[in-house]
Design a protein around this ligand. Structure first.
Ligand SMILES: C=C1C[C@]23C[C@H]1CC[C@H]2[C@]1(C)CCC[C@@](C)(C(=O)O)[C@H]1[C@@H]3C(=O)O
Ligand SMILES: O=C(O)CCC(=O)C(=O)O
Ligand SMILES: [Fe+2]
Length: 399
């Protein structure tokens, strides 16, 4: 997979549209391509990614446990039940749902409506938030500013939320939206409040995870106390040929923990379990939570960062809000002593891992292993040391 490092490569998308003037705005090209009755070649994914594995029996929705966070923090019995639920989930498919999270339904609704309003804006307005190359921040349509094939059928808006200690008057999200102009000010207020609520939810989840791993409720809460998280709004438009493309391709989240809010009852999230893609039905009022690569490394592989994807629909649009909890950028990701003699992953910082996914490697089903090889190239038997970071056969470094 070759990254396209600037809009000039959007001309490859124009080729898919059948010629015409190269447009230096990949997003505008994508939004135009999406009006066609058949999906253009760059959006067609390999059958292996899209089709249900033929061998998998029809297994239906994944039954993920619903963890009551309020009960877990209220009494020992509630914590015991939560610990048992997350331990079972995180040592298998890595997914569970949380209730008793304390997020007002009105705030969740406002955040979803805010995303709906943003993605309905005219292309020129959305382009004011265009993603800065090499970063995760900003608006993209199908990541057409980065990739030229296996394009996801989605638009995204991503921004950071640095959770300095509680004493500081953190306004990182509101500040970001204020740079986009006065008409985005309200969005900034909604997402500043939403991200702060997400931080509180992740603190409660980290307390349960710490207890379940035997390091105590405070261990991970302290580790993530000054987190540098990412908020991502996903918009999946209706698609004329949903069976040939994907909204988000098969991947594990490189971050530590994901708290996902699905909009209404439009399903889309699927988790790979025992060779079958299992839908996770949106539970009204609950958030879907999954372990990411960074937390899997923190537990030396004991808790699993699992493969998941998002499918799209012919008639229905879908939105989801993903809050990716990430450690402070310079904090070293290393499992606690006693987490297993043989280390599965080298020490790393989130800053390095994040840069790897934004500049070197498209996050997919093997990101953490590719990153570990990039950090520690396998010793070559007498061959000259590899010049620069190795890349996988299917990916080339950013040009
Ligand atoms: C660190 C990150 C990179 C991605 C956003 C966060 C966590 C999830 C990653 C992603 C969604 C995994 C699938 C591929 C990806 C390119 C996407 O479809 O958006 C990934 C995100 C990204 O690199 O922007
Ligand atoms: O939209 C979804 O349901 C999943 C999105 C996702 O996995 C992601 O953005 O990392
Ligand atoms: Fe994900």
């Amino acid at each position: 997979m070759v990254y396209i490092s600037n809009a000039q490569d959007a001309s490859k998308l124009v080729a898919a549209k059948g010629g015409g003037e190269a447009d230096d705005d990949a997003a505008a090209v994508v939004l135009d391509l999406w009006q066609q009755p058949k999906i253009p070649a760059p959006f067609v994914w390999p059958r292996a990614d899209v089709a249900l594995p033929a061998s998998s029996p029809p297994t239906g929705e994944l039954d993920v446990p619903v963890v009551d966070l309020a009960a877990a923090l209220r009494d020992a019995a509630g914590m015991r039940r939560a610990v048992a639920q997350v331990a079972a989930a995180c040592t298998s498919h890595g997914f569970f749902q949380v209730s008793g999270h304390g997020v007002p339904p009105s705030l969740a609704r406002a955040a979803l409506d805010g995303a709906a309003g943003f993605f309905r804006l005219p292309p020129a307005a959305k382009q004011r938030a265009r993603r800065a190359p090499g970063t995760v921040t900003g608006y993209t349509a199908a990541h057409a500013d980065r990739f030229v094939s296996n394009l996801p059928w989605k638009e995204t808006l991503s921004f950071g939320h640095s959770h300095a200690n509680a004493a500081s008057n953190n306004s990182s999200v509101a500040d970001y939206f204020s740079t986009l102009g006065d008409d985005f000010k309200h969005l900034g207020e909604v997402y500043q409040e939403y991200c702060e609520a997400m931080e509180e939810v992740t603190k409660a989840i980290m307390a349960v995870l710490g207890e379940s791993l035997g390091v105590g409720g405070g261990y991970y809460r302290e580790f993530f106390e000054d987190s540098s998280s990412i908020m991502r709004c996903n918009y999946y438009p209706p698609c004329p040929e949903p069976e040939r493309t994907l909204g988000t391709g098969p991947h594990c989240d490189p971050s530590a923990l994901t708290v996902l809010l699905q909009d209404g009852d439009v399903d889309g999230l699927q988790v790979l379990v025992a060779g079958a893609w299992r839908p996770v039905r949106p539970l009204p009022g609950a958030f879907v939570v999954n372990i990411g690569d960074t937390f899997m490394a923190l537990t030396n592989g004991r808790y699993k960062s699992c493969l998941h994807r998002a499918v799209v629909h012919q008639e229905q649009e879908r939105r989801s809000l993903a809050f990716f909890l990430c450690p402070r950028e310079d904090r070293v990701v290393r499992p606690p002593a006693g987490a297993g003699e043989r280390r599965l992953y080298p020490d790393f910082t989130w800053a390095d891992f994040m840069r790897f996914t934004q500049r070197q490697y498209r996050a997919d089903t093997r990101t953490l292993d590719a990153f570990a090889r990039w950090l520690r190239p396998p010793a070559c038997s007498g061959a000259a040391p590899a010049a620069g970071p190795p890349t996988t056969a299917t990916q080339a470094a950013t040009v």
